[in-house]
Design a protein around this ligand. Structure first.
Ligand SMILES: Cc1ncc(COP(=O)(O)O)c(C=O)c1O
Length: 392
């Protein structure tokens, strides 16, 4: 058998501190390693496998399209793309869609569109974008610049100018940052990588209002929160607000690289011929996967997500080594008692047959949206056991 770990170390750039786990295959919310040991998956490929591993309808959509034509480029019309775009517009009331391959690319496009909107209308000098401290928007130079965490602002200088960072949930601080140079405000409604922290509803509503009053572009980064993750199709829908741009990726195509940037009527004509493009974005196989996912993101599934959340909160609330549970829906942050390291718990959990994630000092759970109650409870048994084992 291949020595996968050795070959990985020898040949792949060492940018990930991998967990000691080689996944061979998966079905639903269960992964199996090469020794036949099974794991409950609370990670879903960092929120991408919306319906778990190898979901049969998803496999059918992907393989049918792979057997039809795998790629054509954006020089020609393409049926899977228009089906997804129509569905996204219908479900969100947004007006136009651009397709990309990843969350970072989606946010790049949003940043470009926001600046162009402002340039077209107000000319130069109004290009500042306010993002939040502790945000995460991607790994490209522009999206790293947008990311409000100092730890990401090293080595790769110079970063892109004109990003300002506001402390989350502080309306006065935000007011003080907005100036005649501001063109956009970009938020995640739940900061995922930053520690699974949900913004206050009043704060989100204030941003919506101030963007309308000052003609700023309101961008919601739904890369992690979107596609049913929080128990809503897109998380902003919980707050009765109207973003001008919504970016979505991760769970959109159920585990294939696919992203969409949605534009409302204010922005629908901002980017025009030649002003943005991509070779792979909108790829027919990925678009077919997204269509299969999107057609199944319905109230029944959102209610299931909310039920799962209740179970998680109920089971963790009296655990002596758990301080709090944060996030929304199946985007869960678990704050551990002082001295218990999330990374130690994650390693122990994998040993005990459940795969969680971490976010800063918290354990983070992003299970498949259709995880069964039985799988959820079994995973929680193993996770709680692991927390207590590490706490000993
Ligand atoms: C909110 C948010 N935006 C953007 C990204 C970047 O997405 P990608 O890794 O697909 O480029 C992430 C990834 O974790 C994210 O959570």
């Amino acid at each position: 058998m291949l020595d996968i770990k050795k070959l990985d170390k020898e040949n792949i750039l060492n940018t990930y501190k991998r967990f000691d786990l080689v996944i061979k295959e998966g079905k639903g919310s269960t992964f199996t390693d090469y020794d036949g040991k099974t794991y409950i998956d609370f990670s879903s490929g960092i929120g991408t496998n919306s319906f778990g591993a190898c979901d049969s309808l998803w496999v059918k959509a992907v393989t049918e399209q792979a057997n039809t034509v795998q790629h054509t480029s954006n020089l020609y019309y393409n049926e899977p793309q228009v089906k997804v775009a129509k569905l996204l517009c219908e479900k969100t009331n947004m007006k136009k869609v651009f397709f990309a391959n990843s969350g970072a690319e989606a946010n790049e496009c949003a940043i470009k569109a926001a600046r162009k909107y402002s340039f077209d209308k107000y000319g130069k000098g109004r290009a500042e974008i306010i993002t939040l401290i502790n945000s995460f928007h991607g790994r490209t130079i522009a999206t790293l610049s947008a990311t409000g965490q100092d730890v990401f602002h090293n080595y790769f200088f110079p970063f892109v100018d004109d990003f300002k960072y506001a402390p989350a949930n502080d309306i006065e601080a935000l007011k003080n940052l907005i100036s005649d140079k501001t063109c956009a405000i970009m938020i995640e409604t739940v900061q995922g990588e930053g520690g699974v922290n949900a913004l206050n509803p009043e704060y989100i509503k204030f941003i919506d209002k101030v963007c309308k009053v000052r003609d700023l572009v309101f961008i919601v980064d739904e890369v992690q929160t979107g596609n049913g993750r929080t128990g809503f199709l897109y998380s902003y829908m919980e707050y009765n607000v109207e973003p001008n741009i919504v970016t979505t990726a991760k769970g959109l195509a159920g585990g294939l690289p696919f992203a969409a940037i949605l534009f409302d009527e204010k922005l629908e004509n901002t980017l025009s011929y030649g002003e943005h493009g991509t070779t792979f974005g909108g790829n027919p196989v990925c678009a077919s996967a997204a269509y299969s996912v999107l057609t199944r993101l319905n109230d029944d599934l959102f209610n299931h997500v909310k039920e799962c959340r209740k179970i998680i909160e109920e089971r963790l609330k009296n655990e002596k080594n758990v301080v709090s549970v944060s996030g929304k829906g199946l985007m869960v942050g678990i704050e551990l008692k002082d001295g218990i390291k999330a990374i130690d718990v994650a390693n122990c959990a994998i040993k005990n047959g459940v795969i969680p994630l971490t976010a800063k000092t918290k354990i983070r759970l992003l299970p498949p949206l259709n995880i069964t109650f039985e799988e959820l409870n079994l995973g929680l048994d193993r996770l709680i056991e692991s927390i207590n084992e590490v706490a000993k």
